[in-house]
Write a protein that binds this ligand. Structure first.
Ligand code: NAD
Ligand code: UFG
Length: 337
């Protein structure tokens, strides 16, 4: 079975490409490399000994997509192609709405034209909004988002639900990711953010490797045990395996199904810093600063539905996540560059 990974050269896409190839699927990648490098897919090919059909393509552009769909016998699509920096989305909302929503619409139009009926979407825990209590369960209503990035995910989920309702032959799986960290244990592929990282783990690794002076821990007065925010960190390899399960599930189920992909266990910022230092034997200089606007005190998944319906649960520990993040950073201090 041949799967198109839109945005497949990125952090989660490249790990998913590897897991799909290892599970026997064929993989086609379409990416404009606006936040990634083709090198990630070359390394996936080297790690698996298999080839990937790779297109440099803006997934908003229907013409290029039509060429890909006519050259490749695509049977399912996983849509990773999106802009994802929360802060940037506040400054450039139009670019975020245009990119994230147009990529989705163009993919859906081409799928209809070429009779492709299976769609898996990279959604986010951010759609639970600020009102729902933790742990988040898939049956909760989507909540108000605090930034345009979150709203694009909210809107794309709605679009996909509408499309599946109108077309009973469609299968749509919405995967709500929690906080992916870590890297492939080989240290050959990993997260390679442009510029100053927004997310915690790449920031920690860049401090550890000497690229940044210190980590600022955003806030220590939250209503948690140590006063810092708690999140559900998930190893990217576990997350990638979740996509293989979602593709298998979607092949035999029609309609929309939503799955949280998380571990179900939250850790605080301080616990992450301490675990990273302990597992890797490297210091992470850190200081406490004010809260970051828009951060929720706590976010974690009820992950039982994915276990029940997909037969998926996480296998990697926090130690694995910290070790593999550091292994990737240490071997590739400047990412793919
Ligand atoms: P990433 O930036 O590494 O990957 C996204 C990929 O999409 C990149 O390779 C980028 O070049 C590509 N892309 C963006 N716009 C494109 C376009 N118009 N045409 C073609 N390619 C395009 O990010 P990631 O962490 O791998 O995230 C993948 C998806 O998962 C995104 O949709 C993101 O919003 C979602 N997500 C990520 C997280 C996270 O913490 N990493 C959490 C929840 C959801
Ligand atoms: N943090 C710091 N210092 C930093 C960076 C982060 O203290 O330099 C803290 C944050 O305040 C937060 C925690 O580390 O408490 C995690 O922050 P991230 O930015 O790594 O992750 P978020 O939970 O804010 O957001 C992530 C993704 C979003 C996604 C959301 C829910 O970036 O795209 O998870 O899935 F929507």
């Amino acid at each position: 079975m041949k799967i198109l990974l839109a945005g497949g050269a990125g952090y989660i896409g490249s790990h998913t490409a590897l897991e799909l190839l290892e599970a026997g699927y064929e993989v086609v990648v379409a990416d404009n490399f606006c936040n990634s490098s083709p090198e990630s897919i070359r390394r996936v090919e080297a790690l698996t000994g298999k080839t990937v059909a790779m297109y440099e393509a803006d997934v908003k552009e229907k013409k290029i997509l039509q060429k890909i769909f006519s050259e490749q016998e695509i049977q399912g699509v996983i849509h990773f192609a999106g802009l994802k920096a929360v802060g940037e989305s506040m400054e450039k909302p139009v670019i975020y709405y245009r990119n994230n929503i147009d990529t989705t619409l163009s993919l859906l139009e081409c799928m209809e034209e070429f009779g492709v009926k299976q769609f898996v979407f990279s959604s986010s825990a951010t759609v639970y909004g600020e009102e729902n209590p933790v742990p988040y369960v898939e049956t909760m209503k989507r909540g108000a988002c605090s930034n345009p990035y979150g709203w694009t995910k909210f809107m794309m989920e709605q679009i996909l639900e509408d499309v599946a309702r109108a077309n009973p032959e469609m299968s749509v799986v919405l995967l709500r990711y929690f906080n992916p960290i870590g890297a492939h244990p080989s240290g050959r592929i990993g997260e390679d953010p442009e510029g100053i990282p927004n997310n915690l783990m790449p920031y920690i690794s860049q401090v550890a490797v000497g690229r940044r002076d210190h980590l600022t821990v955003f806030g220590k007065d939250y209503p948690t045990k140590d006063g810092t925010c708690r999140r559900d960190y998930i190893h990217v390899a576990d997350l990638a395996r979740g996509h293989v399960k979602a593709i298998a599930y979607g092949a035999s189920h029609k309609g929309v199904e939503i799955f949280n992909l998380g571990t179900g266990t939250p850790y605080s910022v301080v616990e992450i810093v301490e675990a990273f230092e302990k597992v890797n034997g490297v210091p992470v200089k850190h200081e406490f600063g004010p809260r970051r606007a828009g951060d929720l005190p706590e976010s974690w998944a009820d992950a039982s539905k994915a276990e029940a319906l997909l037969g998926w649960k996480t296998e990697k520990t926090l130690e694995d996540m910290c070790r593999d993040s550091w292994n990737w950073q240490r071997r590739n201090p400047n990412g793919y560059r």
